[in-house]
Design a protein around this ligand. Structure first.
Ligand SMILES: Nc1ncnc2c1ncn2[C@@H]1O[C@H](COP(=O)(O)OP(=O)(O)OP(=O)(O)O)[C@@H](O)[C@H]1O
Length: 267
């Protein structure tokens, strides 16, 4: 369990965090939204953030993305202050409908990230095909988002993020709007993609089971103002498996701990 006011200690022999919050406080509209948040995310780590509605999960993600600047304290990426969004950091939003350009085909949406990265046009088609195949959308290059299911649109958004070849993926309830089966399929795909790329992930979710299933670590935020209330290491073997992982006593123990935490914060 980490207290909100804890300073982030550097432990000798461990790699420097890729993302580091040092005593970060953020005020918006005269309100303290995040208070004294210290947090290190190691390269390649999968960190999940849970917490009651309005506790500051999205705001913490926006700070990590460089979309907000702290009122006090520091956010560093690879040892450098995060002053603005960076290409090494990609964001996957829950609302894929808004994240995708409706007037561009699937290929056109993926191409956007390649264009932004300066890839010559002659090289793009092969890369687009590869990325669409990676996320399970081969043969859908010519479809518009409106012709695709929610799960397919979310896959497309992930393909576009992967086109950035990000060091870090920030995911804000990316599967919140999807049905349970599609959601589980995408959880496994994300785990496979992340394991292959070595990317660091910060994943915000309301779903406690999802957080434990995906994460190496789960933090729970306390609300008003947002601060760390609980921090759990998830020592479940990888690769994770939808049925057997969720049946393990360790999974159930962590689930109970997180459930009790959330319940207490909502009282
Ligand atoms: N630009 C803003 N100005 C003022 N208050 C804001 C602003 N953005 C967010 N807030 C407030 O900050 C708090 C945290 O919001 P945030 O969206 O980060 O919470 P959350 O944990 O992601 O919520 P949810 O789970 O409902 O998505 C909320 O009380 C919200 O009303």
């Amino acid at each position: 369990m980490a207290s909100a006011a804890k300073r982030l200690e550097t432990v000798p022999g461990t790699p420097a965090p890729q993302i580091r919050f040092d005593e970060v406080t953020l005020q918006l509209g005269g309100k303290t939204i995040i208070e004294n948040l210290s947090l290190g995310v190691q390269p390649g780590e999968f960190l999940c953030i849970v917490g009651a509605s309005g506790c500051g999960k999205t705001t913490a993600l926006r700070l990590a993305a460089g979309l907000y600047q702290p009122t006090s304290g520091k956010v560093n990426f690879d040892g450098q202050p995060m002053r603005e969004p960076r290409r090494e950091i990609a964001i996957v939003f829950q609302d894929y409908g808004k994240a995708l350009l409706p007037w561009r085909t699937a290929a056109g949406n993926v191409s956007l990230a390649l264009e932004a990265g300066g890839m010559p046009s002659a090289e793009r088609p092969a890369r687009i095909e590869e990325l669409l195949r990676t996320v399970g959308l081969p043969g859908h290059a010519g479809k518009y988002p409106s012709e695709m299911s929610g799960g397919m649109q979310q896959r497309l958004q992930i393909a576009r993020c992967l086109a950035q070849e990000p060091k870090t993926l920030l995911m804000d309830e990316p599967f919140g709007a999807l049905d349970a089966m599609t959601r589980q399929g995408l959880q496994d795909e994300v785990l496979t993609l992340v394991a292959a790329s070595g990317a660091t992930v910060i994943f915000v979710t309301h779903d406690l089971d999802e957080a434990i299933y995906l994460g190496d670590r789960v933090i729970g935020l306390l609300p008003h103002p947002g601060r760390i209330g609980i921090e759990l290491s998830v020592n479940l073997p990888r690769p994770r498996e939808q049925l057997s992982t969720r049946e393990q006593p360790e999974f159930l123990r962590l689930r109970r701990q997180l459930f009790d935490f959330i319940k207490a914060t909502e009282q």
